[in-house]
Design a protein around this ligand. Sequence first.
Ligand SMILES: O=C(O)C1=C[C@@H](OP(=O)(O)O)[C@@H](O)[C@H](O)C1
Ligand SMILES: C=C(OP(=O)(O)O)C(=O)O
Length: 477
Amino acid sequence: MTSPLSPRATTDAATMEAATTDAGGHAGAPMPARAGLSPALKGTVRVPGDKSVSHRSLIFGTLAVGETRISGLLEGEDVLNTAKACAALGATVERLGEGEWRVEGVGVGGLTQPDAPLDFGNAGTGSRLMMGVVAGNPITATFDGDASLRRRPMRRILDPLEQMGVEVMDAAEGGRLPLTLKGPRDLVPITYESPVASAQIKSAVLLAGLGAPGETVLIEREASRDHTERMLTHFGAEVTVEPYGTHGRKVTLKGRPELKPRPIAVPADPSSAAFPVAAALIVPGSDIVIEGVMVNPLRTGLFITLKQMGASIDYLNERVEGGEDVADLRVRHTGRLTGVEVPAERAPSMIDEYPILAVIAAYAQGTTRMNGLSELRVKESDRLAAVADGLAAIGVAHRIEGDDLLVEGKGSVSGGGPVATHMDHRIAMSFLVAGLAAANAVEVDDVAFIATSFPSFLPLMKRLGAVIEVDTAGGAR
Ligand SMILES: O=C(O)C1=C[C@@H](OP(=O)(O)O)[C@@H](O)[C@H](O)C1
Ligand SMILES: C=C(OP(=O)(O)O)C(=O)O
């Protein structure tokens, strides 16, 4: 099916609705679910395309002049909202088939003014990166999102963009969504030291820098995921990356390039792979393979940690695909996991994986201490609080010390619930996985938001053998 996605097309809403429904998107009503004791998980699966790379493929396709072909795009709600925003800003975005998309870009500085607010739903990445994109164009755009996104801090993006000359016309309290930005005629390149290790801040500044004359420099004291830098190079921009201090990086971008369209093959998302990996590590007898997982070193902090805990995770067929390191992961249950201390400097390379690590830690023996988790407080939910409450609901001893989380692993979990998921896909998936080896089933209050990042989670987990039931209006399916 070819689905044109042009901003003025009257089929827009229907097209995106169809894409969302194909992808297993949710209709808005909460969907409770419960996960129970499962037999050994077996099989070979592929998780969807990486969310970070998917957002960026659509964005770079929009900023290039000509046609960009994307395969393996994650068709989760977060990414579909970015697709809609790119179309609303003048690109032609078409779905050619499952995961196959084409974008006809308008070039750096070529965006048109959208005629309605851009709704990013639940997505921090989509909204923040697109603020950087809009900054480089003399247009006005309003950014909005769901209740979760409206709570998240945007000052971290607005501060550097204002330094570059962007005007914040309107914003909710504390610089939150909904907010309206006006890009200046002449953006000023800046040197910006990011106050937090955040690929979203880095990417917003660099994407804005594309529209500024001269060099935009972004410094981060801890290296965050580098997909934007890789894609800038892939699309023909001049970028240099140098070490900065012990763990940091300095990225220098030459502004106003003409970006050349490039084909993109999106590798499987390690942050999604984390859930079947965790399930195989806690369900006795499991032996699974997850194909084509991106193992970019700035994304593999969880796998490193799990190996230190004694997990059996092998990288098979290591290769480079679409400019990223990729491997098939073979994961086997050994029943010999022990608690470890996870250093704060590892956090950027596994920032979205702490909820599932906390669950695995409950099934290990001894204390797992996860240091430096302040950023978890500003995700789709306050993940530190949500994880702690969830652990309490399923009978796992734990405590929070400052920004650190300590989980007392006993090798087994009693189960229970209901666990409150707070509009947060990763909390929902983590606690469903927790139930697969628990003495009693684990209930979560809503699985609808899983569609934001991993629409095929439930069928994929069931295919491996996981016992998960969803309560739709009137019964379990
Ligand atoms: O740039 C990205 O694609 C992302 C960066 C991370 O956020 P921060 O930049 O806020 O750490 C991560 O949590 C998010 O899921 C995706
Ligand atoms: C934090 C996440 O995403 P985002 O910031 O894009 O909402 C996530 O996927 O865990």
